[in-house]
Design a protein around this ligand. Structure first.
Ligand SMILES: [Zn+2]
Length: 295
């Protein structure tokens, strides 16, 4: 854990709970994401210092707390500037925004103290303005967060953020987080035809074959959408639907899991509604979601 592993001439990743990338030239480094907490960031910085690199920039793939949790620490220790894709940058600067999206209003302090739900605020600039070294570019991976991006380094390594989950994670958590299901689905479909390469997803082992992993994630996503539309054949409130999903997949109900998985299920209902596969009606003061269009 926390080893600096070289994967190409100038590209490394740090093996920690949420993999962090590093690209360096002449000792100057760009860190790709910053770890899930300030404590993780401190260990990352230790390794980077030992290698003799100086971090000039932190390029965040997206705004989720486990990817930006070390921004403040790294920036304060090194003077690095933090960047994040387009509008995700606003969610780094005011991290409560992401928690509020999941909760649906101003979240209680108990949720905002949960490091999986909210990171420390630290200003991020929009990554589209980033002074990219020649050959480095962002990869479109939208959907998991509003504007998630991957990073392709000049020596051909692709940091893929949270665009795919491992089989183990899919088996265990079933409803893995995504914000915009239609965009997320489009991203997965696109990745299904990608060539072999060096791909480093944040929560999976590095792989040469991102296409197979994307295909598996796509198949699981479609199964989840089908499951919801079938469960709604007799109509259910949102809470009844969520309760049934937690029960049948043996998921553990906690305050944070309720809003993390609930947010994903809300996004799935939006996607199904936009496709004409589910609809909602008022019934005696309750909003009933039901299958529409026969599927
Ligand atoms: Zn994420």
């Amino acid at each position: 854990m926390f080893e600096l592993i070289r994967v190409a001439a100038h590209t490394y990743y740090i093996d920690c709970p949420v993999r962090v990338g590093l690209w360096e030239k002449d000792g100057e480094a760009i860190l790709i994401d910053s770890g899930n907490t300030p404590e993780t960031a401190a260990r990352i910085l230790e390794r980077v210092n030992e290698a003799g690199f100086h971090i000039r920039h932190v390029l965040n793939t997206h705004c989720h707390p486990d990817h930006i949790g070390g921004n403040r620490y790294i920036a304060e220790q090194t003077g690095a500037v933090c960047w994040c894709s387009s509008k995700d940058a606003a969610f780094c600067t005011v991290s409560e925004l992401g928690t509020a999206i999941m909760y649906g209003g101003r979240p209680p302090q108990k949720l905002m103290r949960d490091r999986f739900m909210k990171a420390e605020d630290w200003p991020a600039r929009e990554a589209e303005e980033f002074p990219f070294p020649e050959g480095m570019e962002l990869i479109s991976l939208e959907g998991h967060s509003m504007f998630q991006k991957g990073v392709r380094t000049p020596d051909g390594v692709c940091f893929m953020a949270d665009c795919v989950a491992s089989t183990r994670v899919l088996d265990r958590f079933v409803y893995t987080y995504a914000y915009d299901i239609e965009l997320y689905r489009n991203t997965l479909e696109r990745l299904c035809s990608w060539d072999k390469g060096i791909y480093i997803p944040s929560h999976c082992e590095p792989t040469e074959d991102i296409a197979s992993l994307a295909a598996e994630n796509l198949q699981r996503l479609d199964a989840r959408l089908l499951e919801i539309s079938e469960l709604l054949s007799d109509g259910m409130t949102f809470e009844e639907l969520l309760s049934e999903l937690f029960r049948r997949h043996k998921l553990r109900m906690t305050l944070s899991q309720r809003y993390l998985i609930g947010s994903t299920v809300s996004g799935m209902l939006s996607c199904l509604m936009d496709m004409g596969r589910v609809d909602a009606r008022a019934d005696a003061g309750r909003l009933i979601w039901f299958t529409a269009g026969g599927k």
